[in-house]
Design a protein around this ligand. Structure first.
Ligand code: NAD
Length: 479
């Protein structure tokens, strides 16, 4: 058992059971038993279930958002936002009959046709992080299920309840038992998913060291694996940028969801003479952010655990000691809520240099660092030499500069005057370098490819007249 805590109050609100190997095997067996019937269920019936799930989710997403806020801490509007982004993947998956269509070539050779099919893999594993307990699983399971797979979801033990609510919704939507399964647990459950031969693929999202471990272990066991890791996202602000737009964007992207987003902007790279103005504009806006219980009208909630809050505050201490200027100090925040919550307010650090731990490490909290460089090339070099490559953004009014950046930057998702360039469901989500291990991104066509195997069929059918007139004898009986 592990405790589940409300981060805004510090109160333990529940206990989550952590699966043993036997527990995990029982869940995997249930997914394996449900697979043959689900893979043979017609596309019409499968999509009917998906459409019902989408309608129920749309009607009742407020319930899910409240659950997310109570265990993760993010404000309800952010929680609703995450459910809506997940719902977009459900909507994408509703179009699965079109997405699964194969190719057909008539008469590739005389009376020989060639065609291709996409077939499901079998039971698939999904392992998700604490920061998006609804959206991240929804990057994967709607498409996996639509393709005819069965799913075992291992959510984060820090906020496990959203996944159970989702499982009940599937039941209401008419999904047969065993097609969508929730496996609560820790490393024991993860290791069973990675090594059990009945699991055919693993989709992981979490920190880079665990992503690397999951990729290495899962592929060594012969599985298809996509493992999305951590991030350190930069925004470059060029001297010709609209500084008000850029400052608004830095505040939203740096402090939204208390910075616990893999697409959060953590480093604002100010190019040339605009740095003082930019820092002043960000500081002015960030100072108005209220920190408090996510169920109130606060702008920003607490961090997920006391340990995480302390870790993030430690990075601020280290940055200050190393010479960064603390322009806005979240360690001093007075929360709108209970004193025992895991509070840390928005923090703005200026004059951060690439050697400081506040820059080198993924912080995953409401801390925005400003780095000052003289040229575009220095900004690009900073980003491209960073080990992570999840998201980035450039702020400029020069289309040529933006176009050059999108071409030269070694990052998987790029925003142009857009701070958090999360792709729509019909594109694919994924970073480069230490932000993703594997070759498939999440959702979009990558998702359909990941959750299906292709089969190419070469067929020769003789028409009856040619057989009757003594055509080629293929060895089949003629009547
Ligand atoms: P985490 O790596 O601690 O946990 C992720 C999952 O792995 C959880 O289900 C957890 O139970 C499991 N896990 C933890 N330790 C394990 C171990 N030793 N062996 C096997 N399994 C283990 O990540 P987190 O703290 O829950 O989430 C935050 C991290 O996720 C950040 O690094 C963030 O950048 C990353 N993230 C990345 C993306 C992306 O798209 N690249 C999206 C969201 C979050």
């Amino acid at each position: 058992m592990a405790p589940v805590t409300n981060p805004a109050t510090g109160v333990v609100t529940g206990q989550v059971a952590l699966a043993s190997v036997d527990d995990a095997r029982r869940v995997i067996d249930a997914a394996a038993a449900a697979f043959p019937a689900w893979r043979d269920t017609s596309l019409t019936k499968r999509t009917q279930v998906l459409f019902r799930f989408r309608e129920l989710l749309n009607e009742r997403k407020g319930e899910l958002a409240e659950i997310i806020t109570s265990e993760h801490g993010k404000v309800v509007s952010d929680a609703l936002g995450e459910v809506s982004r997940g719902q977009e993947v459900v909507e994408f998956a509703c179009g699965i009959p079109h997405l699964l269509k194969g190719g057909y070539t008539e008469n590739a050779s005389t009376k020989v046709d060639v065609y291709s099919l996409r077939q499901p893999l079998g039971p698939v594993g999904i392992i998700s992080p604490f920061n998006f307990p609804a959206m991240v699983p929804m990057w994967f399971f709607p498409i996996a299920i639509a393709c005819g797979n069965t799913v075992v979801l291992k959510p984060s033990e820090k906020d496990p309840s959203a996944s159970l609510w989702i499982a009940n919704l599937w039941k209401e939507a008419g999904l047969p038992a065993g097609v969508f399964n929730v496996l609560h647990g820790d490393k024991t459950a993860v290791d069973e998913l990675l090594t059990n031969p009945k699991i055919k693929s693993v989709s992981f999202v979490g920190s880079t060291p665990i992503a690397q471990y999951v990729y290495a272990t899962g592929t060594a066991a012969g599985k298809r694996v996509q493992a999305l890791g951590g991030a350190k996202n930069h925004a470059v602000i060029l001297p010709d940028a609209d500084l008000d737009l850029a400052a608004d964007a830095m505040v939203n992207a740096g402090f939204g969801s208390a910075g616990e987003r893999c697409m959060a902007i953590s480093a604002a790279v100010a190019v040339g003479p605009i740095a003082d103005d930019l820092v002043a504009k960000i500081a002015e806006r960030a100072a108005t952010i209220t920190t408090g219980d996510g169920t109130t009208d606060a702008d920003m909630g607490p961090l997920v655990t006391a340990a995480h809050r302390d870790k993030v505050a430690g990075y601020i201490d280290a940055g200050e000691t190393a010479g960064a200027k603390v322009v806005l100090d979240g360690r001093q925040v007075t929360p709108n809520g209970q004193a025992d919550g895991f509070w840390l307010g928005p923090t703005l650090l200026d004059n951060v240099t690439p050697d400081m731990s506040v820059y080198t490490d993924e912080i995953f909290g409401p801390v925005l660092s400003v780095l000052r460089v003289d040229t575009y090339d220095q900004a690009l070099e900073l980003i491209n030499s960073n080990p992570y490559g999840n998201g980035t953004a450039i702020f400029t009014n020069d289309g040529g500069a933006a176009r050059r950046f999108q071409n030269e930057v070694e990052v998987g998702m790029v925003g142009i005057n857009v701070p958090i360039p999360v792709p729509m469901a019909y594109y694919s989500f994924g970073g480069w370098k230490a932000s993703l291990f594997g070759d498939s991104h999440a959702h979009g066509i990558d998702g359909v490819n990941f959750f299906t195997r292709q089969k190419a069929i070469t067929a020769r059918w003789l028409d009856p007249s040619s057989r009757a007139t003594g055509g080629i004898n293929l060895g089949f009986p003629t009547n």
